[in-house]
Write a protein that binds this ligand. Structure first.
Ligand code: SF4
Length: 364
């Protein structure tokens, strides 16, 4: 399965890149144009009722001119895990109602950076000259890691590239089950294939065009059989009425189908958002009940539920996960040492502590 693409825009200086040619070859019936049409298109999209919806069907092939590797935009006052982002493109053909990219990105189309040689050179130099110890690098921050894999084959190349590195690991993060290209590549323990999951109800209702939850878990199981370490991200957890029933069902299904000892980590993050996301989402999808809970302004300006509620949620999730696999490495995304201690019983006083905790899952 692939996502629908209606049109391809190719920047003039990206026309001769081999990856451009490969993508065009895989979309032979999609019209494309080369040249400086992007600003015209953006003006046209801006006149539509929902520019983002239109933009999700347009693919822009372009060269990335800046650094490919950047630190994750973590937040002060919360414990961050030291992940680095490998910038392979931005935008996503799926459409989760809660997606932060709706207000984070300033261009509505899906962009693929086709100057792959530059990307690999940047990566190689950065990792080779690193005095910073082990590096965890992820591609799924400004896009979904595998959403365009059937078109680009990029992640399979990255898995192969990382398989020979001693001091770095790759995390691919996805809501798809597009793992075919990865199955014949031996990750040699250097790639964690992570699936973003949710309760069955939230996944079905709020994650448009994402793979059904059971397909994601089935993909995790298949990838594990082929030597991949697996990760799961419960993020955002949306605590609507009787929330735990659905989340527990997902946890139980994961451990029924995936060997817990091969899970690198499971992250938990209760819904949090920059305040203007609510307006943007409401204008696209209408009012959504889950935004109308007892949100307060957090230390980073994001809207968050009170820490007592977050602690109660994390504690219940962790108990359920540990009841299925007692040594599972659970971590919290952007939470304070206090919340860590109260919910997981883990002393996580600094970013370095969390970095070491996660490095230990993949550095061996
Ligand atoms: S899959 Fe991720 S990047 Fe894509 S729309 Fe959903 S939350 Fe956003």
């Amino acid at each position: 399965m692939r996502f629908p693409i209606d049109r391809i825009l190719i920047d003039e200086d990206a026309r001769d890149e081999p990856l451009t040619e490969e993508i065009l070859g895989r979309l032979p019936h999609v019209p494309y144009g080369v040249g400086n049409q992007f600003s015209v298109l953006c003006r046209e999209l801006a006149l539509e009722r929902d520019p983002l919806a239109g933009g999700k069907r347009i693919l822009r092939l372009m060269r990335h001119k800046g650094a490919f590797l950047k630190p994750c935009p973590g937040t002060r006052n919360y414990v961050c895990c030291g992940l680095e982002i490998l910038h392979i493109g931005q935008g996503c053909p799926m459409d989760c109602t809660y997606c932060a990219l709706q207000v984070y990105l300033n261009r509505p189309v899906i962009e693929v950076f086709v100057n792959l040689d530059d990307l690999l050179r940047d990566l190689k130099e950065s990792v080779a000259h690193s005095g910073r110890g082990f590096r965890r690098i992820c591609t799924g921050e400004f896009t979904d890691s595998l959403a365009l894999e059937p078109l680009t084959g990029l992640s399979a190349r990255l898995v192969s590239f990382f398989s020979y590195l001693e001091n770095a690991s790759l995390e691919l993060k996805t809501k798809t089950d597009f793992i075919e290209s990865l199955l014949d590549v031996d990750p040699r323990g250097r790639t964690v294939l992570s699936f973003s999951v949710n309760s069955p109800a939230i996944a079905a209702r709020e994650e448009f065009r994402a793979a059904a939850l059971d397909r994601r878990i089935a993909a995790a199981s298949r990838a594990q059989e082929r030597g991949y370490r697996i990760g799961f991200h419960f993020d955002p957890i949306i605590p609507e009425t009787d929330w735990s029933t659905g989340y527990f069902r997902t946890i139980d299904e994961i451990f029924r189908r995936v060997d817990g000892s091969g899970i690198a980590w499971i992250s938990l993050g209760v819904l949090r958002f920059v305040p203007h996301l609510k307006d943007a989402v409401t204008s696209r999808f209408g009012p959504l009940p889950y935004f109308h809970d007892g949100f307060l302004s957090g230390l980073d300006g994001k809207s968050r539920l009170h820490s007592d509620r977050r602690i109660a949620i994390y504690r219940l999730m962790a108990e359920r996960i540990r009841s299925r696999h007692k040594d599972c490495r659970i971590y919290l995304c952007m939470e304070s040492p206090y919340v860590w201690e109260k919910s997981l019983g883990i002393s996580m006083g600094s970013n370095d502590d969390l970095r070491t905790y996660l490095d230990d899952a993949v550095a061996a």
